[in-house]
Design a binder for this molecule. Structure first.
Ligand SMILES: [Zn+2]
Length: 405
């Protein structure tokens, strides 16, 4: 092939067109004024504009790596158009570019082969080729196409597989082992902490965690979520040490220890003594409690203040109704206005408790505010609850509201 070859302009044009198409289909990321994206801020792949494609374009235009001297993108685009081969060489590691380069090369080979055949036939040589070539005549040259047809929208862009699903703690042997051992603290630690545990459960990627299981501190009991079995009762009930109990009412051992620590801390902080009236209540006890409320105010009033048997947090052994004490102890209704109540609002989460029923959340929790009703969920989850600004366990775990039965 020499410049004097009559087919040379055609081949050159075809090759140029092939290379133009191979490179023009690569989108160039628009520059962000005053800020360049770091390698840690790759956006999620979008249809028709994959992250890989963007990386290739960045390599071609020299924009990859904000640390290097930035080249204005308009210049980069020009450089891309004017030096496609150099740019392509720099990106030989990219499969996408290799594919496009192969398409371009294949096109050139087709052009060259056709041109040779046409030239050979025109010179009169080759009986086999003469027939069809001559039959086609000059149109054969005109009909020679360069590279295979490339749609206007560019070559198909390989789509990346969907982002892998977020890791679930249920695939973590340390997590499942802790779950099986009923070591809730270890399970939460294995999941990456309280917030990570909450995120996994609330987003639905942790099916091995049951919020119905009352053996765990994350159980959620409300008017839509009864115990199963309905008369379930914990097997590790103990009386909290050093806490004034107005009834002989126990708690699960983890919650009892935490209550002891909380009460001491409140006293040390000068908030005053905290006692409690009622903690664990069995299914049978709750039947009596609820029936007593119904007898006084009717079903509607009772349901706003007291749970039906099988639906009470007190049956979990993780809930306690505190009272303020100063010499003698006050009532539940005294908590909200007491120094003990104020301290608990600020600090209960530090000891693993949340105030389960707060003002303005009756439509979610199903109960009027109860400044006295503390629910133990463990220090890790209580911190996530506090830090996240949650006011109901339903919202915390992304559960439906439970305003009624
Ligand atoms: Zn209560």
């Amino acid at each position: 092939m020499t410049p004097s070859d009559p087919t040379f302009p055609t081949r050159r044009a075809a090759r140029a067109e092939a290379e133009r198409r191979a490179t023009a289909a690569i989108p160039i990321p628009e520059p962000e004024p005053g800020r360049r994206r770091s390698t840690f801020e790759q956006p999620a792949p979008e249809a028709g504009h994959s992250a890989r494609e963007e990386r290739v374009a960045e390599e071609l235009t020299g924009t990859r790596g904000a640390e290097q001297t930035p080249t204005p993108d308009p210049l980069s685009r020009r450089a891309l158009r004017e030096k496609p081969r150099a740019a392509l060489g720099a990106a030989l590691g990219a499969p996408l570019l290799r594919r496009r380069l192969a398409v371009a090369v294949a096109g050139v080979v087709v052009v060259a082969a056709c041109a040779i055949a046409v030239g050979f036939a025109a010179s009169g040589g080759g009986q086999d080729a003469a027939g069809p070539a001559n039959a086609a005549g000059p149109d054969a040259v005109a009909s020679v196409q360069g590279p295979p047809a490339v749609p206007d929208e560019g070559l198909p862009v390989p789509t990346l597989a969907a982002a892998p699903a977020a890791a679930t703690p249920c695939d973590n042997p340390a997590f499942t082992a802790a779950l099986a051992a009923k070591d809730d603290g270890a399970a939460i630690a294995a999941a990456g902490g309280g917030a990570a545990f909450r995120d996994a459960v609330a987003s639905g990627i942790a099916p091995c965690v049951s919020l119905n299981d009352p053996t765990h501190q994350w159980v959620v009991v409300n008017k839509q979520r009864p115990y199963d079995p309905v008369d379930w009762r914990p097997d590790d009930l103990v009386m909290p040490d050093g806490v004034r109990a107005l009834e002989q009412s126990a708690m699960r051992s983890s919650a009892a220890k935490a209550l002891t620590t909380l009460v001491r801390a409140a006293d040390d902080a000068g908030a005053g003594e905290i006692g409690y009236l009622s903690a664990f209540r069995s299914y049978a006890t709750q039947q009596e409690t609820y029936a007593g409320r119904v007898a006084v105010g009717g079903v509607a009033a009772a349901d706003r203040e007291s749970a039906r048997a099988g639906f009470s947090e007190h049956q979990s052994g993780l809930a306690v109704d505190i009272v303020p004490c100063s010499g003698s102890c006050g009532s539940l209704d005294d908590v909200a206005g007491s120094s003990q109540g104020a301290w608990v609002r600020e600090h209960a989460w530090e000891y693993g408790f949340v105030i389960r029923y707060v003002d303005g959340q009756e439509s979610v929790s199903g109960y009027e505010p109860e400044a006295w009703h503390l629910r133990y969920i463990g220090p890790e989850l209580a911190q996530a609850y506090h830090d996240g600004g949650y006011t109901t366990l339903e919202a915390f775990f992304n559960l439906p509201a439970a305003p009624g039965y």
